[in-house]
Design a protein around this ligand. Sequence first.
Ligand code: AP5
Length: 227
Amino acid sequence: MNVIVMGPPGAGKGTQSKYIEDRYRVKQLSSGDMLRNAVASESEIGKLAKSYMDAGQLVPDRVVMDIVFATIDSLSDTVPGFILDGFPRTVQQAKELDAFLEAKQKAIDWAIVIDVSDDRLVERIAGRFTCAKCGEGYHDKFKRPKVEGVCDRCGSTAFNRRADDNPDTVRNRLAVYHKQTKPLVDYYRKEGRLRIIDGELPIDQVSKHIDEILSNAPSNLVASERV
Ligand code: AP5
């Protein structure tokens, strides 16, 4: 099963991608995380990407596609599928992804859009923090760790807040989403692979809707609880 999780900044793409990874044992591939790793390594690509990310703009297609496609290629054959979290983000990226996968006799089963109004997104992004070790996402109001200061997933006590989660950059990221990424909804709708979920529901209900979609996935993937 190969799935795309799309939506505006703060919609819950990372939150739900981690849920799918844990439940279905497929691999989460976040283009944002890949780019942040490149920035942290201070590579030439990282330096280039940083200037776009800091401004809330999309990193050039070729740069992102090279990183994402290399990551897909590096997956072991035993991995039963992947979730693309935040990729593709332009029609060009989507077309090249389809061609890249077709050459490997693979395909995207579903493009899931998590739909949230702009007003809600600002509140979500402002309260967000993640585990510094495993990347599990939390929120000051909507999703606190079960034990204060300790990651539910890996037990780490170190957490990060993102540099691009400031109001000006968030406004740019939202504008960029509406202009450059929303046209992808029509791309996947025409292909019959689109599913839209109300992302304003509580986190567990959004996950439930995702389960309903994935239980009908063409590859009939079985959730890990039922394995
Ligand atoms: P990226 O890291 O992908 O950021 P983004 O798209 O802006 O999305 P976020 O990670 O901010 O949000 P999310 O949807 O994952 O929400 P989350 O689950 O954390 O990209 C960063 C930058 O990299 C881009 O701006 C661009 O420059 C570059 N880039 C990345 N991919 C690219 C590409 N393909 N092409 C070009 N450039 C690219 O949730 C947010 C918060 O809300 C959390 O605290 C969570 O706990 C909470 N929450 C989640 N769901 C709910 C819910 N249902 N109810 C209440 N709270 C919730």
